[in-house]
Design a protein around this ligand. Structure first.
Ligand SMILES: Nc1ncnc2c1ncn2[C@@H]1O[C@H](COP(=O)(O)OP(=O)(O)O)[C@@H](O)[C@H]1O
Ligand SMILES: [Mg+2]
Length: 252
């Protein structure tokens, strides 16, 4: 469960082509990141996958079912944590589950504690820092029953230290609760640190420029960020993105 296939997806807004014949597959249990500059259509892709908008052309297939234009079949975590301010931490964490049936409060409490938020179960979101809110939003996404989780630049508003902590936390949780994750970001370090595979988007209209399998062993920790191997990959992705923007040939 959680296998996604996108077939030749195209979308224009007011005659401006944003996505063009975009095709990709996400394997079950994979952590796939789509890396692209701002405005390249990453959020648009998620809105299409989530059924919030319809494509001009193309299909979205989840576990062999055509889900194009259908809502509620994937778990989606937007850029802003979007917690309901009047619901407590525990009630926010259980929201996705509640919408699809009965929530398992014991499990939600356990995950909140694992997220380092013990004691905040009955607090309102206002009492939490940005990183803490993101953790609650991510727990909500994980507790939802859908097998595919789409994360739209969830850490871009956080400072570097908090972001690194969140990356390590996310990887630990993901290792335990193995789900398929489709992640979008414009941050190369983040993409390299987290992913099994990275797809680089070109800008306007977006097509797939390059695809890379990331070989770093798991579990990954912050020491990886300073290794020669990591820096080598960073140079490679930088080149891939900036060559593309300059309109030169890219290496495959
Ligand atoms: N509902 C919409 N109406 C018109 N233009 C849109 C709409 N949604 C997105 N766009 C345009 O599509 C392009 C891609 O936007 P977006 O998907 O948000 O990019 P990203 O998430 O990669 O930064 C932008 O030029 C944006 O202005
Ligand atoms: Mg976006």
């Amino acid at each position: 469960m959680g296998h996604l296939e996108i077939k030749r997806l195209s979308k224009s807004f007011d005659g401006k082509e944003v996505l063009k014949h975009l095709s990709l597959q996400v394997e079950e249990g994979e952590f796939l990141t789509i890396l692209g500059p701002s405005g390249s259509g990453k959020s648009t892709l998620f809105h299409l996958i989530g059924g919030l908008i319809e494509p001009d052309q193309g299909e979205i297939i989840l576990d062999s079912n055509n889900i194009t234009g259908q809502r509620g079949l994937i778990s989606y975590m937007p850029q802003q944590p979007a917690l309901l301010p009047w619901r407590t931490v525990i009630d926010n964490a259980m929201l996705g589950e509640e919408l699809h049936g009965k929530a398992d409060k014991e499990k939600a409490v356990e995950m909140i504690q694992k997220a380092g938020l013990a004691g905040y179960e009955d607090s309102l979101p206002d009492a939490l820092s940005g990183g803490m809110k993101q953790r609650v939003a991510f727990i909500r996404a994980l507790l939802s029953p859908q097998s595919l989780i789409c994360l739209d630049e969830p850490f871009s508003a956080l400072d570097d230290f908090t972001r690194l902590e969140m990356h390590q936390w996310l990887l630990a949780i993901w290792a335990e609760y193995k789900r398929t994750i489709l992640f979008v970001t414009h941050n190369i370090d983040e993409a390299l640190f987290l992913s099994d595979r990275i797809i680089v988007l070109s800008a306007n209209p977006s097509e797939i420029a390059n695809e890379y399998k990331i070989p770093f062993k798991r579990p990954r920790n912050k020491e990886l960020l300073l290794t020669e191997e990591f820096l080598e990959w960073k140079r490679k992705l930088n080149k891939s993105i900036f060559q593309r923007q300059d309109g030169n040939e890219t290496d495959h």
